[in-house]
Structure formats: structure tokens, C-alpha cells
Design a protein around this ligand. Sequence first.
Ligand code: ATP
Length: 244
Amino acid sequence: MIGVRGLSKSFGPKRVLDGIDLAVGQGESLCVIGQSGTGKSVLLRCILGLEVPDSGQILWQGQPLDRAARGRFLAGFGMLFQGAALFDSLSVWQNVAFRLRQRMPDARARSIALDKLARVGLGPDIADLMPSELSGGMAKRVGLARAIADDPQVIFFDEPTTGLDPIRARAIDALIRGIVTETGATAITITHDMASVRIIGDRVAMLQDGRIVHDGPVAQMDHAPALAAFLGKMPPQGADFAGT
Ligand SMILES: Nc1ncnc2c1ncn2[C@@H]1O[C@H](COP(=O)(O)OP(=O)(O)OP(=O)(O)O)[C@@H](O)[C@H]1O
């Protein structure tokens, strides 16, 4: 289980997170949605320890994530960054094997990287290409292979379909769902893409004005009033369509 309890974070006078409670069970896939600027990335950064919350706790395996446990937690998570965020100076296989190479010989790390590339639908022919030689969809797949290279227990997906056309986006969603199901990993996905939520998520939580205003099963989200704007049933709060 991973979660947060009473998490608050302000930047100057702006309270971005205002007492967030959220928990994701082992093997569960949670999608977090919310309008731009509502604090989804800040929430993720707090969980990863990249941002220090003003108050509240990160929970892992039922316990507050203290300094001693954070090392074990960080060793056991995978992350697909928005825009893939590959290392430009490393080849495809070296990107995928980035963590593995710190603790095993290159030949073994490369072999695992090729397996993970195959899992995301990429052949060995691209293993020695550089990131600049990849299309956006291929780069995203390489990022996904890197996220799963170490068989993580928890995987974070930050806007996994941003920048992809709908066909490639749905292919990435299906890959993520398949990987999460077959590995039993716990998944937290940040997205604006409700089509992704339907494929990837078991549960969807919505962040608004610093709080979780909805948290429920994806199977029931079509009937959730708080999600109406995201489902295209009404204009988003605060939207000004006149002349835009
Ligand atoms: N380091 C920082 N210093 C000051 N303000 C920040 C900082 N990081 C985030 N913010 C502010 O916190 C708010 C939430 O930002 P965040 O990036 O989490 O939004 P988001 O929901 O992820 O948006 P998007 O969907 O556009 O990525 C924004 O108003 C942002 O300007």
C-alpha cells in the first residue's frame, strides 16, 4: 500500500495541497485527474520525496515513510516521465538498463533491457539507436521499458499519453494496463485523458482546490457529478470559452 495522509503544501500564500488523504492498495491502479495547476505534479513530487510537504505523511506498507524506509521505497519504484525524459547521450538499451548497470555486468543488463523492450513491442534492432532517432511513440515505449526494467512494486505514470495521437495513446494505455495486471504492481497515473483512465485505472481520484473531491471506481465514474466536466458533460469550472 502507498498513500498520503493529511498532506498539505503551499507555495507562498498559495495552498496547493490542503490536507490530502489518498491510499492505493497493493496491485491497484489509481488515476489522479484534475485541471492544470491543481497540484497533481506537486502531489507526485511529495510522494517521491522531491518536495517537502508542510504537513502530513507519505505512507508505505501501512507505515509513515521515514528516512530509513525511503531508500527501500525508492529502490522499488519505476517511473514513466512525461515526454519520456530519456538520457540523450545514452543509447536505447543503456537508457532501459540505466539502473541495472549499477549492479550487474553490461551483457546481463543488455539482455534484460532487450526483454523489456520486447515487452513494450520494440525489437532488438532499435537497441543501439540514440533517443534523437526515435519517434515520440517509440520514445514513450522506451521510457516504459525503463520504468519496468527493475520489476518495480510501484510504478508512477506522469501523463503517459501527452503528445501522442489517439491511436498511439490507446496502444500505450493498453501496454500499461497489461504490464500492471501481469506484474501485480501498484500503479499511480497522473493524466487529463479520460480514455486512458478507462483503460488504465481501477480507481479514479479528482484533485480540485487542493482537495480530493472524488475518489471511486472507474466502472462508476460516468455517474459521478464531480467528474462531469472531465467527461465532457459540462464546461470545466472557471473556464472562459468566450473568444478563446
Ligand atoms: N516550486 C514551485 N514554486 C512555486 N509554485 C509552484 C512550484 N511547483 C508548483 N507550483 C505551483 O503549484 C500549482 C500546482 O502545480 P502542478 O504542477 O502540481 O499542477 P498540475 O496539476 O500538475 O498541472 P498540469 O496538469 O498542468 O501539469 C501551480 O499553481 C504551480 O504554479
